[in-house]
Design a protein around this ligand. Structure first.
Ligand SMILES: Nc1nc2c(ncn2[C@@H]2O[C@H](COP(=O)(O)OP(=O)(O)OP(=O)(O)O)[C@@H](O)[C@H]2O)c(=O)[nH]1
Ligand SMILES: [Mg+2]
Length: 476
């Protein structure tokens, strides 16, 4: 039996939270923007760019409030939730704009930021109202954790069956290692903690290996195994999938791991969903489509599964609280293919088409539930320029130290012109054998120009349009 993703108590908590939000919203309207995406999709960069562009009035011709002169300014405000760390905007910006620009590290814990936006509301033009204020709340978290949401509707037996089937289909030594270990234990016997630990460690190795670039698989939970946050070493993380055991008595290894799986859902996953996802007004789903394309059709199919599973948390059905959430709260979802600066602009529409193909099912559901959806290929921070060399369209940038292509290894100091390859006109090709032939390199962040006040300016691709879709209508 699939289980309900939230309990009644959760529902009451969510409703009370929404009520409290609404009560404070009477004074100053608050928009909670969910920046969602799997690990390395580009969430932290997206949020940093969003905050910086709004704080400094960046170059955003497609963001109507700014282009039309209605946007007055923004400032960082005290976040209402004292228990959550503050998003380290200043550090991230310093990393990007220092003398040796580098990308910020992978996110290890949840953090939050509130921006106060001031604008002339349109009714002001007619002489009725003065400047208005909107609070924009944004949360950043490790993308790994997102993988856990689908677990809420799975039992231990169901999850184990899925996980073992996937491991059985995997080619790497790590999967084989894990499967052998599973064969070697009798899960109906009383629990020995050493067995549980060995299984959990071997399963974690397998998860880690499947994330590496050559596989680029993303859909394998539990997310905290690789990004434990403050749960490192906790028993809630010492479990792993097991084949169905019919006569598993209390105290058996099977029963113990099943219990820990349920505890993981209760203690880790459900609160994350309840406190964060259940209270969003708008959502942007960031997808590193190019990395999957570069790794091949298996990675692309895996990415599609992961995205569909995650967004199925929004599936319709009377008993499903997610539907009520989406129809009551999230009225807009933007699907964004990130890092579009890795291909030439002539491929941007194709990149968007491939993204649309990947999120087609999820997007249909969201629309059915009443949300408006949009899609865009963007770069929150553009790391390359474009040019032509020997009659082909190229991108120009400095590959990160250690990046390699066709036998050349880059030192992180040398600028190169790269023919990135063309994306197929038919998005279905991306999912078929043979895949897409890309020349894919990671680039260092760009050297930044400064504005009249000396603040660094972040070059981007279509970031202004994304912003306009996500918050523009609230600034009228
Ligand atoms: N060229 C380019 N690279 C980008 C852009 N955004 C992100 N990246 C690259 O992608 C990496 C991951 O971006 P993050 O924003 O840290 O990703 P995240 O979603 O926060 O990842 P986790 O914190 O691990 O969940 C960065 O280190 C950059 O190398 C972009 O707009 N352009
Ligand atoms: Mg991050």
């Amino acid at each position: 039996m699939p289980q309900a993703p939230t309990t009644i108590t959760d529902e009451i908590g969510i409703a009370l939270g929404n009520l409290a939000d609404a009560a404070t919203g009477v004074l100053t309207p608050t928009l909670r923007l969910g920046v969602t995406g799997l690990s390395r999709a580009g969430k932290t960069i997206f949020i940093t760019a969003l905050v910086h562009n709004l704080l400094t009035g960046g170059r955003l011709p497609g963001f109507a409030p700014l282009a039309e002169g209605r946007f007055i300014g923004a400032r960082l405000a005290e976040s209402p939730e004292a228990g959550i760390a503050r998003f380290a905007y200043e550090q991230h910006l310093a990393a990007l704009s220092g003398s040796e620009p580098h990308w910020p590290e992978s996110t290890r814990r949840i953090s939050q930021l509130r921006l106060e936006l001031k604008f002339q509301s349109q009714s002001w033009w007619s002489g009725r109202a003065g400047p208005s204020v909107l609070n924009l709340d944004i949360v950043d978290y490790p993308g790994e954790w997102l993988l856990d949401l689908p677990l809420l509707s799975l039992s231990f037996a169901e999850w184990s069956a899925q996980a073992l089937a996937r491991a059985g289909g995997a080619t790497g030594a790590e999967a084989k290692n894990y499967l052998e270990l599973v064969q070697a234990v009798d899960a109906t016997q009383p629990t020995r903690e050493a067995d549980a630990e060995r299984l959990a460690a071997a399963f974690t190795d397998y998860l880690r290996a499947s994330r590496a670039d050559e596989h680029a698989l993303s859909a394998l939970p539990p997310g905290r195994f690789l990004m434990p946050g403050d749960l490192e070493g906790s028993p809630a993380l010492t479990f792993a999938p097991l084949p169905a055991a019919s006569a598993a008595a209390r105290g058996s290894l099977y029963a113990t791991l099943e219990h820990r799986f349920e505890a993981y859902k209760d203690v880790v996953v459900r609160p994350f969903f309840r406190d964060h996802f259940a209270r969003l007004d708008r959502q942007v789903l960031l997808v590193d489509t190019l990395r999957a394309l570069n790794a091949g059709p298996v990675a692309v199919a895996d990415l599609e599964t992961a995205l569909t599973d995650i967004l199925a948390c929004f599936r319709q059905g009377d008993s499903n609280p997610f539907l009520r959430l989406i129809s009551r709260r999230i009225d807009r979802i933007l699907f964004a293919a990130t890092k579009a600066d890795h291909v030439h602009h002539t491929s941007h529409d194709r990149l968007e088409a491939i993204l649309n193909r990947l999120v087609a099912r999820a997007s249909r559901r969201a629309k059915f539930a009443g949300a408006q959806t949009g899609s865009v290929a963007l770069a929150a921070i553009r790391a390359t320029r474009e040019g032509r060399a020997r009659d082909v369209d190229v991108i120009i940038g400095t590959p990160q130290a250690g990046e390699a292509l066709d036998g050349a290894v880059y030192d992180g100091k040398t600028e190169i012109a790269l023919f990135p390859g063309d994306l197929p006109a038919d998005p279905q090709k991306a999912l078929e054998a043979g895949g897409v032939d890309l020349n894919f390199l990671r680039f260092l962040p760009p050297r930044l120009d400064r504005n009249a006040e000396g603040a660094p300016m972040l070059p981007h691709i279509r970031f202004d349009r994304a912003l306009d879709f996500l918050i523009g209508d609230w600034l009228r």
